[in-house]
Design a protein around this ligand. Sequence first.
Ligand code: JCH
Length: 247
Amino acid sequence: MRLDIITIFPEYFAPLEVSLLGKARRAGLLDVSVHDLRSWTHDRHRTVDDTPYGGGPGMVMKPEPWGEALDAVAPPTAEATPRLVVPTPSGRPFTQAMAAEYAARPWLVFACGRYEGIDRRVYDEAATRMPVDEVSLGDFVLAGGEVAVLVMIEAISRLVPGVLGNRESVTDDSFAPGAMESLLEGPVYTKPPVWRERAVPDVLLSGHHGAIARWRRDEALRRTAAHRPELLARLDPAALDKHDRKV
Ligand SMILES: COc1ccc(Cn2ccc3ccc(-c4cc(N)[nH]n4)cc32)cc1
């Protein structure tokens, strides 16, 4: 999977060198390139922004550097066409389902905006030759797209086969598609069996796999009802048995 990132802060993406993502890159599972948007400026000050037409606060990212950057990173003549993913506060909410969709794509280009955003004509022109997705990470406001892209790359990359290493599967993640896809994770425990007078729940030490699975499901239902009751509404009633309804 090829990932290209265009940003005025390439140093934001140093974390992609560490941990799982670093290993996945070295293993050739991910081909990640970070591009400095200022490489496509031609003035002494390497200008990427200007005042907004129509007035208003802040600055807007100029179209010219973006147009040249996208032409260079994803040439119109290239055989393959990437999906352009642009984080914005007004985008479509990013979800685990979107992460899975993106993980199945061969090539993504991420555009990291700053200031008040990118001139709208960049989106319109790019959309003439590639799919353009505007994506929001949530109902809060960041100062730019870089952190949002880091979050998306981590959520997407962990779904790429081989990236997670020895973990059997990501199908039991919260929000993973499946019968109980909207349940939050239950609590997890490890050694020691007692820590500061707090014992691990007996069922987890019992070796009874059926009882353990039931306990974990109950805890997941309980936590979901407490923290995200709206997710329970999405559950297929057929996926719940009579015991679940008592939780
Ligand atoms: C209200 O309009 C605004 C317009 C731009 C900005 C700053 N900014 C510039 C580029 C950029 C990219 C993504 C995001 C973002 C995404 C989410 N979920 N929150 N914030 C913010 C971004 C702030 C506010």
